[in-house]
Structure formats: C-alpha cells, structure tokens
Ligand binder design. Structure first.
Ligand SMILES: NC(=O)c1ccc[n+]([C@@H]2O[C@H](COP(=O)([O-])OP(=O)(O)OC[C@H]3O[C@@H](n4cnc5c(N)ncnc54)[C@H](OP(=O)(O)O)[C@@H]3O)[C@@H](O)[C@H]2O)c1
Length: 382
C-alpha cells in the first residue's frame, strides 16, 4: 500500500487502520508536504523504504531525518512515481496537489482509495479516460460517497438508470441556521470549529461555507456517472446517515454509522472483506433522533455555484476548486473575511468561458489561471 498525504487527518486515521490490521498490509511508500519529522516517525514505525516530500529544498533535511536506506522523492513527480508503487494507493493529499496521485494510480491500473476530491473533480474528463485502464478501480473514502457506493451495491448498470436520485447528506456545518447578517461576524476560530467531524483546516473551512458539499456534488457525479440534476443535498445535522440512494420504486437505501472516518477508510482498504471493528457502531438501546431539512441556498450560495460549474463542465469545476483553494488559504491567513470566500469564487466563475480539458498540462494551466484571477480579486478587494 502507498499512503500519500500520510501526515494529515485522513493520513493519520489510515495509519490507525493499518495498526489494527498489521497482517493485512505492507506500507511501501508514504508522502507528505512539509512535516518531515512526522513522516520520519511513520517511516520508522512501518519500515517504509520510499518517502515523498513536497519541496526540493527539503531534500537534504529529509535524507537526514529518514536515514540511510530510505529513498526520498520530490514534489509532483515524486507523487506520480509513488502512486505507481503499490497495489492500493490512498490519495490523502489535500487540494489540487493530489492530481499526480489520482492520474498515475489509475493509469498504472491500481486501486485508488480516494479522499482527495479536489483533483478528482478538476480532472474529471481526464480521470474518466484513465479509469478504463485494466485493473484500475476507484473506491471513495469520502464518507458520503462511500455510503452511496455501498447503497448502489445492487445497481449494476452504467449510469444507474434504476436510481431516481442520490441524496447527499450534509451536517450543515457550524453556521447552520445563521442569517446572512450573523454570518458577517464569523471568525477563523468559529469556522474551524466543526460540530461533528474533526478534519484538516481546508475541508473544515469548506464545510463551514458548504463549498465542501458543492465539491461533493461534483465528486458524486464524476464517481457514479450520475448527472447533477439527479443529486440532491439534504441537511442532516447528526451526521449519522452518511448518504442515501432513492430508487425508481421509491425505496431509499441509506448507510448509517457514527461519524468516524476510519470506517470508510477501512471499508476501502478491506474491500471485499469487512474488517471486524466497531468504529462506527450505533447504540440503538439509547433514544436518538435523526432529522433532515433542505439547505439554505440563500445563506450558503456555494452549493448553487457548484451545480452551475457542473453544468458548464469542461474546466469549470477546476476553476471553482482552484478559486476556492486560494480564497480559503487567504481566509486562513486572515487576509479576507469568511463572507468574502464564496463571492471571490463566484467572481472567478463569472469570468469563465467554455474551455475543454484535453490534457493534464492544459488542466494545470487552467488551474493556475483561475488561481491568478482569485488572487487578483483578493488584492483588489484589500
Ligand atoms: N479529514 C477528513 O475527515 C476528510 C473527509 C473526507 C475527505 N477528505 C479529503 O481528504 C483530503 C485530505 O484532507 P485532510 O483533512 O486529511 O487534510 P490535511 O489534514 O490538511 O492533510 C493534508 C495532507 O496532504 C499533505 N500535502 C499537502 N500538500 C502536499 C503536497 N504538495 N505534496 C504532498 N503532500 C502534500 C499534507 O502534508 P504536510 O502536513 O506534511 O504538509 C498532509 O499530509 C482532502 O482532499 C479532503 O477534502 C478529508
């Protein structure tokens, strides 16, 4: 197995799964961004021989902490090589930087356990081509998509014509029920305080704006080959029902568990075996209620923006995700307010004109262009 993004929230939880299943996997390669000491600890614990780091300037320091006998690989080229190393590749990198992992794992016919939604969404037309490689398989770690994957078990036809819609659940984030006026007061600390999930900073902010749910609509459409008009977002604050599938006959199949990412990670790694762990177990001997409500699209316009990007297709999802990455980073650096994030993304999308994606190089150019537009809007707003 290769675990790329080993030092993040998903990466650490994946290591937890491996510690519980020491005989099932051999971890042959890992990668991270800049946390070299943590990478070295993981490499020592799991006897990993190949390690990727993000920046060339970290090469010598990485050699120093990793010691002899461990090969150090650098940047996107390193990720691409490591993604071809193993039978199962976990893409737990955050953001567009995860692109080489997704493309190369699938091109090499590997099983890709996918957490990195940003690059998958941005590259959807290119990913569709490499998914046909013999042996290539995508298993979704994202809890909603892992739920839908399980609920679709009996729906085997391409495009799922027996399905009326996919019902993607959302906790609603920390600001559910807040008015537009109250949202003006949101601080970084408020936005980093998710009510039901503990995650990395970028996805936590995305969850607070509901952009995460918008990105997940795009992810579900690309993963399952279902148009976004058959995908509906449902707010479910308890985060127990991870998503649902409504079939043509009105049957709704749901997957339930406590919110714990180790469950979908273990599902993807174990497949077709289910490991014997109770991470997600629900205690039905105590009273509980599950509630559902529609999202407030007026207060949270990120969701309609994502639907519009899906309908525009081509490079539009890549622009949406790139602009959002820039805006979220600016918010995390206290350069913009929380209420600026989605308008900046909208301002970039207003400038989008139909662009088809033909190559990875073309996609990278589109990603960079959208980032420049977002940075310009941020600079002009200051
Ligand atoms: N966390 C969750 O519960 C959750 C749930 C569903 C989906 N996801 C998705 O999973 C992905 C990871 O999320 P996360 O919450 O685990 O993020 P995170 O905690 O911020 O971790 C991100 C990981 O990516 C690494 N990384 C960043 N830039 C890199 C680069 N250029 N090259 C190589 N590695 C790089 C980081 O390394 P350093 O820390 O060493 O810099 C870290 O290991 C995201 O796409 C997110 O949307 C997360």
């Amino acid at each position: 197995m290769a675990l790329l993004g080993a030092t993040g929230s998903i990466g650490r939880q994946t290591l937890d799964v491996l510690r519980r299943e020491p005989d099932s996997f051999e971890l042959v390669s890992i990668a991270g961004g800049t946390r070299l000491a943590e990478l070295a600890e993981v490499a020592r614990e799991f006897h990993v021989r190949r390690v990727g780091v993000a920046r060339p300037e970290d090469y010598i320091a990485a050699r120093g902490v990793l010691g002899d006998g461990v090969e150090v690989l650098i940047g996107g080229d390193g990720l691409a090589e490591l993604a071809r190393d193993a039978d199962v590749v976990v893409n737990a990198v955050v953001g567009f930087a995860g692109l080489p992992v997704t493309i190369n794992a699938l091109e090499a016919g590997r099983t890709l356990a996918l957490a990195n939604k940003e690059s998958f969404i941005a590259a959807a037309p290119l990913v569709a081509r490499v998914r046909d490689t013999p042996g290539a398989l995508v298993l979704p770690i994202d809890s909603e998509h892992c739920a839908i994957y399980q609920c679709l078990a009996d729906s085997t036809q391409s495009g799922h014509p027996d399905v009326r819609r996919l019902l993607l659940t959302a906790s609603g984030g920390p600001f559910r029920g807040w008015s537009r006026e109250r949202l003006e007061t949101v601080t970084r600390r408020d936005a980093l305080n998710h009510p039901t999930w503990s995650m990395g900073p970028k996805i936590t902010i995305d969850s607070s704006t509901l952009m995460n749910k918008g990105l997940e609509v795009l992810e579900a459409s690309a993963l399952f080959g279902v148009g976004v008009d058959r995908i509906q977002v449902v707010v479910h604050p308890q985060s127990i029902v991870h998503s649902m599938v409504e079939y043509l006959d009105g049957s709704v199949i749901a997957q339930l568990s406590q919110p714990d990412m180790r469950l979908p990670i273990a599902f993807c790694l174990g497949r077709p075996v289910r490991f014997d762990h109770a991470w997600g177990a629900i205690d039905f001997t105590t009273a509980q209620s599950l509630t559902f409500e529609p999202p407030d699209l007026d207060a949270f316009p990120a969701i309609p923006l994502a639907y519009a990007a899906a309908r525009a297709a081509g490079a539009a999802p890549a622009w949406l995700s790139a602009a959002n990455e820039v805006a979220v980073a600016a918010f995390l650096h206290d350069t913009i307010r929380w209420t600026d994030i989605v308008p900046i993304v909208a301002g970039v999308m207003d400038q989008y004109q139909d662009v088809q994606l033909e190559s990875v190089e073309g996609l990278v150019a589109q990603d960079q262009h959208a980032r420049r537009l977002a940075s310009d809007l941020i600079t002009r707003g200051r």
